[in-house]
Design a protein around this ligand. Sequence first.
Ligand SMILES: [Zn+2]
Length: 173
Amino acid sequence: MATTRDYTAEDCSLARSLEIVGERWTLLIVRDAFYGVQRFADFAAHLRIPRAILSERLSLLVRSGVLTKSPGPGRRELYRLTDKGIELFPVLRTLVAWGDKHYAPRGPRRHFRHADDNGEVNLAGVCQDCGKSLAVRDYLVTTGPGAAPLDTDADVVTRALAHPHRLLDPITG
Ligand SMILES: [Zn+2]
């Protein structure tokens, strides 16, 4: 049976990257961190992930230098992407675009736009309106046609993302 150890033996950058982000929950956690989710409880509520798994995955991401953990208000820890973590953005963006193309019959759930002019941003990170090459903080995430209507009992992250939201801006509830 294949285990992550088998991959470790291979001197392959893809295998090494997959050791960190090749697990389903991990990339979803990283995606939420780009949205600005920072608190354990908010990741748990938005992803509906078992707390033990969330705890384990967050630890892995901190150990791997993808997230930092620091004390926040009310003694709650805050998780934030490091520069190394932010470098994963093009990977996520491309995976989302692939899913939108092949698995989103009602259209994308979310669009990525340039915060300054609402221009569409291509997969290379270039705004189609002004031609600027964008940093992650220059993006707005907005709802697309595939977004579900907002439930009254929606979690704080879902509620925040129902409106245009700048990537990496903390979602504080
Ligand atoms: Zn622009």
